[in-house]
Write a protein that binds this ligand. Structure first.
Ligand SMILES: NC(=O)c1ccc[n+]([C@@H]2O[C@H](COP(=O)([O-])OP(=O)(O)OC[C@H]3O[C@@H](n4cnc5c(N)ncnc54)[C@H](O)[C@@H]3O)[C@@H](O)[C@H]2O)c1
Length: 256
């Protein structure tokens, strides 16, 4: 008979978490470690990433730049040295705000390179490995509620990238279902991370986020753990019949 750990846990799994130095990605790395996975944390921020193995004994780290295709290819070569990848959490992203009419080509290219092309290429590398020998795997793309609605604080450049990530999710979920590779998107609502706080510091927030009661469950921003728990479910055997889903973890923000 199966026990809960084999259904909801990640024992024996190799899990790559991008953006693992900080915020939501770091929390995912911590929870996956607790769930028994061999975690590989990847990030551009080498200094913050360096402390991850102290916190999570046995975890591996790789410094890479998601805006650079060669760097992504090297990341997956490093992953191969640890073992065949079972889980990819595509979490690294940037979200600087800029007024729509001030978005020039250089800025837009950089945004989409990190937030859309990078996740796209990580998925390419992952599925190529997961289908070998029919092993299968689970991919969770961290998107955003901003992929599903008008972007409310001068971050259209961010929303269009995340909307692209959702299409990547459903398209690859369909194409690779026969290889038992599941692909889902998790859409955080507002989550209290250092980055999110810094980005909005001094910036005039507009629209529904500022209205009391727009987070029906708690009336407050989410915690990184809230996102990590959804990712654990989607990476574990508990969700083995779920693929191609776009799942908001937002305290009900999108339905309010
Ligand atoms: N915090 C929120 O409110 C919120 C809401 C919706 C979606 N999200 C999404 O959740 C994810 C995590 O966000 P967060 O708030 O934890 O942000 P964060 O800045 O705390 O973490 C993102 C991590 O990505 C890394 N990163 C940035 N550029 C990189 C690059 N070029 N190459 C490799 N790594 C790079 C950063 O160094 C950082 O460690 C992102 O995909 C973000 O879009 C966050």
């Amino acid at each position: 008979m199966e026990d809960l750990a084999s259904i909801f846990g990640l024992n024996g799994k190799v899990a790559l978490v991008t953006g693992a130095a900080d915020g939501i990605g770091r929390e995912i790395a911590k929870l996956f470690h607790l769930a028994g996975a061999t975690v590989i944390g990847a990030d551009i921020n080498a200094a913050k990433l360096a402390s991850l193995p102290d916190e999570l004994p046995g975890a591996h780290i790789v410094t890479y730049d998601q805006g650079d295709p060669d760097s992504i290819a090297n990341l997956f070569e490093q992953v191969d040295l640890v073992g065949p990848i079972d889980v990819l959490i595509n979490c690294a992203a940037v979200y600087p705000f800029r007024k729509f009419e001030d978005v020039d080509s250089g800025f837009l290219d950089k945004m989409l390179a990190i937030n859309l092309r990078g996740p796209f290429q990580c998925v390419q590398h992952a599925v190529g490995r997961m289908k070998v020998g029919g092993r299968g795997g689970s991919i969770v793309n961290i998107s955003s509620v901003n992929s599903m609605r008008a972007c409310i604080f001068d971050n259209v450049h961010y929303g269009v990238g995340k909307a692209g990530v959702n299409n990547l999710t459903v398209s690859i979920a369909l194409e690779y279902a026969e290889h038992n590779i599941r692909v889902n998107s998790v859409l955080p609502g507002g989550v209290a991370t250092t980055h999110a706080a810094a980005e909005s510091d001094g910036y005039p927030l507009r629209g529904p986020f500022t209205q009391a009661g727009r987070i029906p469950l708690t009336g407050a921003a989410g915690k990184p753990e809230d996102i990590a728990r959804a990712c654990l479910f989607l990476s574990s055997d508990a969700s083995r019949y779920i693929t191609g889903q776009i799942i908001a973890v937002d305290g009900g923000f999108l339905i309010s």
